[in-house]
Design a protein around this ligand. Structure first.
Ligand code: FAD
Ligand code: PHB
Length: 394
């Protein structure tokens, strides 16, 4: 049996970033990932980073290409009722946001882990965690056809929403909270110039649309679709036509179309598990919570969980502060719930709900009007969008 200090299940952004941070401080980790490296690095997901996420990536030693290639935005736009409102993030909240794809972060972290000679095992199957309620957790799995076993001090469950770690906690020890929305986002990525310098979110009678980007030559666009929609029914032409109809006319006039590199539908969901710790198992990122993408918070919340667990484990190993372990879940959940609230609220503000009556629609219009016409409303949007502060660990 092999011994290590922290076993990390999942090599998504949470798992790799935690491993990178801990290893640099001499805390040994082994990362187990179900998928192949190529598969993990090709997944197209988030693209907008809060300053706290950028700072953590720099601290982890993987900020060099990010700082060279990223785009920094001072604000974004919201369009509804035929008008466009700019949210001046820098002016209202004193912070900017950064555009840099999750695929690029995944590559940078993967390269850094490889360069450090880390123990990172892709295509590990049948991962199972044992005895994490006690002092000596064990993890079993199959790698390269051989059954293996690890003994460790702690397990970090960084294995996403469908992972094995959350599912291994006794059902009566946790409570889950969930909201499923009656629509999804159909998203495409294409090598065309972005339609605008900043992101444009639109609430149109045909449904929500978002114009985003990955670089000055690569665009990311989304439209709200019903849950019954199938991606095969959406040709590129149909997608571009639908997008054009939902965004303001002057923006649509600048739209450059082209063949899509990827096209997929993601259903929208809010989900939180409480607590995020059970014994020596810590749930991190999507394993513990999901947000609808409207507030661009999924990846950023994963990063703030990683920051909290990393700082606690550092003090456990350096100063023997085992009392801090019980602080992980309450510290994370305070920030998680605020991001859940904001993502749920932005989703309500910007989408068309199939089951809303005339009263509900008037309330939505009035909310749009109030929040974009008062300093208090605009500041509330801006300070949540740029990311609320991380809580210090004392
Ligand atoms: P994940 O990225 O899910 O990583 C978990 C890893 O664990 C995966 O590599 C998985 O293969 C591995 N794993 C799972 N089970 C096991 C097992 N049993 N054994 C070993 N390994 C396992 N966020 C935004 O902010 N904006 C977006 O536009 C956006 N789009 C998204 C689109 C999709 C389709 C999805 C699924 C998510 C999207 N998100 C978006 C959310 C964002 O990508 C996630 O919040 C982020 O990836 C969380 O990182 P993570 O490392 O916690 O989890
Ligand atoms: C993206 O670029 O993929 C993106 C940006 C902002 C969001 C959601 C997704 O709110």
């Amino acid at each position: 049996m092999t011994r290590t200090q922290v076993v990390i299940v999942g090599a998504g952004p949470s798992g790799l970033l935690l491993s990178q941070l801990l290893d640099r401080e001499g805390i040994a980790t082994i990362v187990l990932e179900r998928q192949a490296q190529r598969y993990v690095e090709a997944r197209i997901r988030a693209g907008l980073l809060e300053q706290g996420t950028v700072d953590l990536l720099i601290e982890a030693g993987v900020g060099e290409r990010l700082q060279r290639e990223c785009l920094v935005h001072d604000g974004f736009e919201m369009a509804f009722e035929g008008r466009v409102h700019r949210i001046d993030l820098k002016g209202l909240a004193g912070k900017q946001v950064t555009i840099y794809g999750q695929t690029e972060i995944q590559k940078d972290l993967g390269d850094a882990r490889l360069a450090a000679g880390s123990d990172l095992r892709y295509e590990a199957s049948n991962v199972a965690i044992h005895d994490f309620g006690g002092a000596r957790p064990r993890v079993t799995f199959i790698h390269q056809g051989r059954p293996q076993e690890l003994e460790c001090d702690f397990v970090a469950g960084c294995d996403g929403y469908h992972g094995v770690c959350r599912a291994s906690v006794p059902a009566d020890a946790v409570r889950t909270y969930e909201r499923v929305y009656p629509f999804g986002w159909l998203g495409i990525i294409a090598n065309v110039r972005p339609v605008a310098h900043e992101l444009v979110y639109a609430n149109h009678e045909r449904g929500f649309a978002l114009c985003s980007m990955r670089s000055p030559t690569r665009s990311r666009y989304y439209v709200q679709v019903g849950l019954e929609e199938k991606v095969e029914d959406w040709s590129d032409e149909r997608f571009w036509e639908e997008l054009k109809r939902r965004i303001p006319e002057d923006v649509a006039a600048r739209l450059v179309t082209g063949p899509s590199l990827e096209k997929s539908i993601a259903p929208l969901r809010s989900f939180v598990v409480e607590p995020m710790q059970y014994g020596r198992l810590f749930l991190v990122g999507d394993a513990a919570h999901i947000v609808p993408p409207t507030g661009a918070k999924g990846l950023n919340l994963a990063a703030s969980d990683v920051s909290t667990l990393y700082r606690i484990l550092l003090r456990v190993y350096r100063e023997g502060r085992t009392d801090l372990l019980a602080r992980y879940s309450p510290i994370c959940l305070r920030r998680v719930w605020k991001a859940e609230r904001f993502s749920w609220w932005m989703t309500g503000l910007l989408h068309r709900f199939p089951d809303t009556d005339a009263f509900g629609r008037r309330i939505q219009q009035s909310e749009q009007d109030y929040f974009t016409s008062t300093p208090a409303g605009l500041t509330t949007i801006a300070e949540n969008y740029v990311g609320l502060p991380y809580e210090p660990i004392e």
